[in-house]
Design a protein around this ligand. Structure first.
Ligand code: IPM
Ligand code: MN
Length: 346
């Protein structure tokens, strides 16, 4: 059975890495993905005044999954407009409340820490919290200006992301690190800690640790091998997953999945790196983050065998030294090496 995928290449390096990922999908399992491409981007905004058409969400709804390259080109459109016009509404509209980001070193990749290994799965709350978008500005442009941005933590939202994280921990090393800042934020974060404790009673096999976000940031550098599943709010998860990307060798390796675990709507898969305007025309974007995200999508669609064949080809490629040093190999060279490795395993 084939799967219908909405492709949104977006801006900057998005198109190149999406193309690479689709070439890999095609080689690994011809015809498995039936794609339709949507040119929604900052250029689309300049032409139409919108990042996506008014019925954009409805047009995406019927797909089995969404594969996105990158959104944003601040010189053309302010990020606050482009992100709130495309990426963030998709995450919210399809209740993709779990943002999953794996951080581990691929074979042959020497991260800046020179550690031999770690394997962290970050679960970031993806629809509310500090990025809920609640707030406003008054007396704009005057000396009396006030800006309010209120974080929203609902019991339903906190409970479902924590439950999802507990379930992920069960399938791994059964360790869950819950991230808050409850020593300083005495309402929302104390609430998060309480819900974590309530759920912990239902998952006696999972060893739960509570970390403050500043402390776990240090731990991710000093002792990443002590962490398994890490669960955090939208803002904290956003920051910690860039840190995770850095310790795994760079943003070129950082994959992500925006999941609706209830499967009522399509989930969305995207590399973490963004549009990278500074290197967009150089042809050196690492396609591995996008290809890894493709593997996460295939797993989500139940195509485990294809996903693991592609991941093995990626690992064989990095083990050979291809794509392991930022900026050295071109997108095309890395993709060609992965395609060749796939040929060897088919
Ligand atoms: C990410 C990105 C986005 C986020 C931005 C572009 C809004 O940084 O996916 O981590 O913070 O969610
Ligand atoms: Mn981010």
């Amino acid at each position: 059975m084939s799967h219908r995928i909405a492709l949104i290449p977006g801006d900057g390096v998005g198109a190149a890495v999406v193309e690479a990922a689709m070439a890999v999908a095609d080689k690994a399992a011809p015809g498995l993905l039936r794609t339709e491409t949507f040119g929604w981007s900052c250029d689309h905004y300049l032409q139409t005044g919108r990042m996506m058409p008014e019925d954009g969400i409805e047009r995406l709804r019927g797909f089995d999954a969404i594969f996105l390259g990158a959104v944003g080109w601040p010189e053309k459109v302010p990020d606050s407009v482009s992100l709130h016009g495309l990426l963030l509404p998709i995450r919210k509209a399809f209740v993709q409340y779990a943002n999953i980001r794996p951080h581990r070193l691929l074979p042959g990749v020497e991260g800046p820490l020179k550690k031999t290994g770690f394997d962290i799965l970050c679960i970031r709350e993806n629809t509310e919290g500090e990025y809920a978008g609640a707030g406003g500005r008054v007396h704009q442009g005057t000396g009396d200006e006030v800006a309010v941005e209120t974080a929203i933590f609902t019991r339903a939202g906190v409970e479902r992301i924590l439950r999802f994280a507990f379930e992920q921990a069960i399938g791994r090393r059964r360790k869950l690190a819950s991230v808050t800042k409850s020593n300083a934020q005495k309402h929302s974060m104390v609430f998060w800690d309480e819900v974590t404790r309530e759920l912990a009673a239902q998952y006696p096999d999972v060893e739960v640790s509570h970390y403050h976000v500043d402390a776990i940031a240090a731990r991710m550098v000093m002792a990443p091998e002590t962490l398994d599943v890490v669960v955090a709010s939208n803002l904290f998860g956003d920051i910690l997953t860039d840190l995770g990307a850095a310790i795994q060798g760079g943003l070129g390796f950082a994959a992500s999945a925006n999941i609706d675990p209830t499967r009522q709507g399509p989930s969305m898969f995207e590399p973490v790196h963004g549009s990278a305007p500074d290197i967009a025309h150089l042809g050196i974007a690492n396609p591995i983050a996008a290809i890894w995200s493709l593997c996460m999508m295939l797993e989500h669609l139940g195509e485990r065998e294809v996903a693991s064949r592609i991941m093995a080809a990626v690992e064989a490629t990095t083990a050979n030294g291809k794509g392991t040093v930022p900026g050295r190999d071109t997108t095309h060279q890395i993709t060609a090496a992965i395609l060749a490795a796939l040929g060897n395993t088919a």
